[in-house]
Ligand binder design. Structure first.
Ligand code: PEP
Length: 250
């Protein structure tokens, strides 16, 4: 399975800055064997999409609205993302769940909206530090996974990518050990196997996210159930992120 290395810029980089980033970053990863995806903020999607036109790098959005159109001030639909050139969209990122209060039910409806538009959703799941300390990690992941994927049509299910992102490792500088990341990814695959069968589970791409850096990318991605990384803070530096892509692809 081809590795995917994705950069979530969060609420950073103006359209000018984002375009300048792509000019520095794209040549550095041109020969990487991994699929590279950039997730800029909404106002930069169109500019970044145009800058990526002659590259193999894919474009994704950080969020979407669960509704197709209408009176939802401030929201952005799946169709609008497709029109900007997006192929991927993050759904249920821990900052959406914990800062903006998104529920499992809303996450599920966003997955459906992404699927209807032909987008490939990157579903983010992960436990808090308290949940890990209480030994609830696998139960939490299973609950999030089952709630999100329940009733999803087969075409969307086939396109879903899972990002295992322990909440305690996001933006903290603390990274899961390779054993913790592998154990969580194996549990995700097993739960998917039980719910959706062997075909979907074996083809499921599972990423790790949480303070990935050039120094730890290689060992994390060498785990048998992991096929990539979702990188936040460290993706803001084009040279550093290129180093992660090259380490991960190797
Ligand atoms: C993220 O935002 O998905 C993330 C993993 O952030 P960071 O790499 O900064 O921990």
């Amino acid at each position: 399975m081809q590795a995917m290395i994705a950069g979530n810029w969060k609420m950073n980089l103006t359209p000018d800055e984002a375009e300048a980033y792509v000019r520095r970053f794209a040549p550095r990863v041109a020969k990487a064997s991994a699929e590279v995806v950039l997730f800029p903020a909404f106002p930069s999607l169109d500019r970044v999409g145009r800058a990526l036109a002659d590259t193999a790098i894919s474009l994704g959005a950080q969020d979407l609205c669960s509704e197709p159109r209408g009176a939802f001030t401030g929201a952005v639909s799946a169709e609008m993302l497709v029109a900007c050139g997006c192929r991927y969209v993050l759904v249920g990122h821990s900052e959406r769940r914990h800062v903006f209060g998104e529920s499992d039910e809303l996450v599920r409806r966003k997955l459906e909206a992404a699927g209807r538009a032909g987008l490939s959703p990157v579903l983010c799941i992960g436990e808090t530090l308290e949940q890990r300390r209480r030994g609830e990690t696998v139960a939490v992941l299973n609950a999030q996974l089952q709630a999100a994927l329940a009733g999803l049509d087969l075409a969307t299910l086939r396109r879903v990518v899972i990002a295992y992102e322990p909440v305690w490792a996001i933006g903290t500088g603390e990274t899961a050990t390779q054993e913790q990341a592998q154990e969580a990814a194996a549990a995700v695959r097993e739960t998917t196997r039980r719910a959706h069968g062997d075909g979907i589970a074996s083809a499921l791409r599972i990423l790790y996210g949480g303070s990935v850096k050039p120094e730890n990318a290689g060992v994390l991605l060498a785990q048998p159930d992991l096929h990539g990384a979702l990188v936040g803070g460290a993706s803001l530096d084009p040279e550093g992120f290129a180093a992660i892509v090259l380490a991960g692809a190797a």
